[in-house]
Design a protein around this ligand. Structure first.
Ligand SMILES: N[C@@H](CCC(=O)N[C@@H](CS)C(=O)NCC(=O)O)C(=O)O
Length: 203
């Protein structure tokens, strides 16, 4: 049976959402990154980085949220339509998954921390405005890519949408306005309204 480690209030939300989309059986081990859970020596054997999410599927131990999602979608998601049919679609799936991690994740996480998570006295407004500026370019790229389209690849929701939307899900708690990016916003609302996403948020 598939085992996934990490509470839903962490990057484990990404594979949890995908597992809910897939409808496969899995065991959810709710390790909390905020305590001592990740220092457990048994867990360190699975992930020497001491981070979640971590996946175990048979002999396979896998870490990095995007790698886990790409593996799960490739291995279990073809019938559900979550994995693209063509090699070009696969290439675009890698592209968008790497893109969101390299161009968006860190500045958006900084906004989440300094607009929402950190205590007021530790928040730095300069970092907020700098990172809002940094995000304008990639947000514009995604907005334009979604003009006249419902999904990133082809005509249906795939793991590419999930991987990108699961990172952009931080926009709301980070208080990042999307009014200048109407196509991005429309797409994000559609992705986050999916029943599997809602279910993963409740785990
Ligand atoms: N690039 C990794 C990042 C994983 C990561 O940093 N996870 C956080 C929770 S969201 C964590 O485990 N933090 C524990 C720590 O940094 O000690 C991924 O996407 O899976």
């Amino acid at each position: 049976m598939i085992r996934i480690y990490g509470i839903t209030q962490s990057r484990a939300f990404r594979p949890l959402w995908l597992l809910e989309e897939l409808g496969v059986e899995y065991e959810h081990i709710k390790l909390d990154y905020r305590g001592d859970d990740l220092n457990d020596p048994g867990f360190r054997v699975l992930n020497p980085n001491g981070r979640v999410p971590t996946l175990v599927d048979g002999e396979l131990m896998l870490w990095e949220s995007m790698a886990i999602d790409l593996y799960l979608a490739r291995n279990y998601g073809a019938e559900e339509g979550l994995w693209p049919d063509e090699i070009a679609g696969e290439a675009l799936t890698w592209q968008w998954s790497f893109w969101v991690m390299t161009e968006v994740e860190r500045p958006l996480l900084t906004l989440l921390m300094h607009n929402r998570v950190l205590p007021e006295e530790k928040r730095d407004p300069a970092r907020v405005s700098r990172n809002l500026g940094v995000l304008q370019a990639p947000f514009g790229v995604l907005d334009r890519a979604l003009q006249g389209r419902d999904y990133l690849i082809g005509e249906r929701f795939t793991v590419a949408d999930l991987n990108v939307a699961a990172v952009f899900a931080w926009c709301k708690p980070a208080r990042v306005p999307l009014r200048d990016y109407p196509d991005l916003n429309r797409w994000l609302v559609r992705c986050l309204a999916r029943p599997a996403c809602k279910q993963a948020q409740r785990l």
